[in-house]
Ligand binder design. Structure first.
Ligand code: AMP
Ligand code: MG
Length: 275
């Protein structure tokens, strides 16, 4: 079954028509029972991915401030083997990064075969924050959609499975979460005065996200728009989508491992016979 939140060029979406508080047909209790099972399967798939060394996995996380990027990373990383999973966070470009083309810093962080990399923000910032703040002229950011599509095609052709999540929250939910950060001394470090200023640009960001998603949703690099007002729902959706994306590879990875194993054993026997 095709996931209901998947956008891969099959349809044109409008974020304003997508409910941020949706919880599908599962309640919180059931979701919290089922999520650990999905995460256990994800960990098992990661082991096969790592051992078989034939596929790479790139997970892109995008969303406005407080949308839950950090929480989603904790949720997924909590079950991963750290040997073959890493996070790359993209901030305001450094001087060295800004001196190069926008994909330079991104390309060097992409996963190699056997690995999973989670992008906390990504090359999409170059058609989001950069567009909203007019950091480059319009023709420059407009031309970037094609460049992003070409880049993601290149990765996909090189055996990288790409999964992109947009964590979709409402403006009211963001306000709640920003206020919560202000109230809670342990969370206040996350708050930046810029967050409230960025919030005033909400509509421009929604427009920029609409375009980024519609322009760059492909079968080999789909977007998933996750209703993210409820964290438990966001968590189960992310777990389910990752498992459903990787499950079809399981058999191929297992076969490859058996082949590698058989080859090793053959060599071992051959060596033993010589002694
Ligand atoms: P945070 O994710 O809260 O640590 O914040 C990182 C900040 O870096 C966000 O405000 C992003 O919009 C900003 N950022 C990330 N990539 C770029 C970029 N390419 N150009 C300008 N700002 C960026
Ligand atoms: Mg922030």
């Amino acid at each position: 079954m095709i996931n209901r939140y998947r956008v891969d060029g099959n349809k044109h979406i409008k974020l304003s028509e997508i409910d941020t508080a949706e919880t599908g047909n599962i309640d919180r209790h059931d979701a919290e029972m089922k999520t650990p099972q999905l995460l256990a399967e994800l960990a098992e798939l990661q082991d096969l991915l790592y051992a078989s060394q034939s596929t790479a996995v790139l997970i892109v996380l995008q969303g406005l401030d407080t949308a839950g990027k950090d929480g989603s990373i904790q949720h997924v990383m909590g079950v991963m083997n750290p040997q073959s999973c890493r996070v790359a966070s993209f901030k305001v470009p450094t001087a060295a990064e800004a001196a190069h083309d926008f994909l330079w810093r991104i390309h060097s962080e992409t996963p190699g075969k056997g690995g999973i990399t989670i992008f906390n923000r990504s090359h999409y910032e170059d058609v989001l924050v950069v567009r909203v703040h007019n950091m480059v002229p319009e023709p420059v950011w407009r031309a970037r959609y094609d460049k992003i599509n070409a880049f993601e095609s290149l990765l996909a052709e090189s055996n990288t499975v790409i999964v992109k999540f947009f964590l979709h929250i409402s403006k009211d939910e963001q306000k709640e979460r920003l206020l919560e950060r202000e109230r809670n001394p342990v969370k206040a470090w996350k708050l930046s005065p810029a967050d409230w200023r960025e919030r005033e640009l909400w509509d421009s960001y929604q427009e920029a996200y609409n375009d980024a998603i519609n322009q760059c949703a492909k079968p080999h690099a789909p977007w998933y728009i996750i209703p993210a007002d409820h964290k438990w729902y966001r968590n189960i959706q992310i777990a389910e989508i990752l498992v459903e994306t990787l499950r079809p590879y399981r058999e191929g990875w297992q076969k490859r491992l058996e082949m590698i194993g058989a080859e090793e054993l053959k060599q071992l026997r051959a060596e033993r016979q010589q002694h």
